[in-house]
Design a binder for this molecule. Structure first.
Ligand SMILES: [Zn+2]
Ligand SMILES: [Zn+2]
Length: 246
């Protein structure tokens, strides 16, 4: 089990206080658009049960139940609380999990992975949790969702304007190889997750660079891959993989 799972039974209600502090700060920052004023008022009027249900849905990625307008605020508050918990967790208390693809601290799925530079960790790949920001090591050329080492491929993206008309295929291949951010796809589970390379872009930051590369998500969707954002994907694969021995 993760050491601080973000499930309902154990979830610290302090996240709701953080949520209202965030709303206070938004309102104090200056004039809001009418839509945002309405949204803030709507969140303030929500009762505890509705907020907790939304938190459950966001954490479990049950998209059909998520209220998309309030989800960024709910997630932001939860991230503050769980990042605090993770920052106070001793490394020696963090368990090794059997389930691939989830955070050993909170059990959530990663937002992206980073290949580090520097020191004894140079070239090591870490996945960063989407909730508590914990980074944990996953060897490279392995699916961060299902643990498979087969059928891994990398996809880079450039806009039309970035591609010189006279570029050769070889130059194109070299350019794709040097891309600071790619999508790492897996044929075994049909998902992808973004990977950033610090030696190409030292300031790579999983949360913001993920948002800044939404076009890559569209292209990956067109290519038939879905975003590795569901624990169910990992569990389904695991059951299937042990089928003959079960
Ligand atoms: Zn986590
Ligand atoms: Zn996979």
């Amino acid at each position: 089990m993760p050491i601080a799972p973000a499930s309902t039974d154990t979830r610290d209600p302090v996240w709701r206080d953080v949520l209202f502090m965030l709303l206070d700060n938004i309102e104090a920052a200056g004039a809001l658009t009418p839509q945002l004023t309405q949204l803030v008022a709507r969140i303030r009027a929500m009762n505890v049960d509705v907020l907790e249900t939304q938190a459950d849905a966001v954490i479990a990625l049950r998209f059909a139940e998520i209220d998309p307008a309030i989800a960024p605020f709910v997630m932001a508050a939860l991230q503050v609380v769980w990042t605090d918990i993770a920052s106070r967790t001793a490394l020696s208390d963090v368990p090794y999990l059997d389930t691939p693809g989830v955070c050993p601290v909170c059990g959530s799925v990663p937002v992206a992975s980073v290949v580090r530079v520097g020191g004894s960790y140079d070239g090591y790949r870490y996945v960063q949790c989407g909730l508590c920001a914990t980074e944990h090591h996953v060897v490279r050329a392995k699916c961060t969702n299902c643990d498979s080492t087969k059928g891994i491929a990398y996809h880079a993206m450039r806009t039309e304007d970035d591609i010189p008309a006279d570029e050769t295929e070889e130059e194109q291949a070299q350019c794709a190889k040097n891309a600071p951010l790619k999508a790492e796809s897996c044929d075994e589970c049909g998902t992808y997750r973004k990977i950033g390379y610090q030696d190409k872009a030292y300031d790579f930051e999983p949360y913001s660079d993920d948002l800044a590369s939404l076009t890559l998500d569209l292209l990956m969707g067109d290519a038939g891959f879905r975003r590795a954002a569901s624990v169910a994907v990992a569990r389904t694969y695991r059951r299937r993989s042990i089928g003959p021995r079960a």
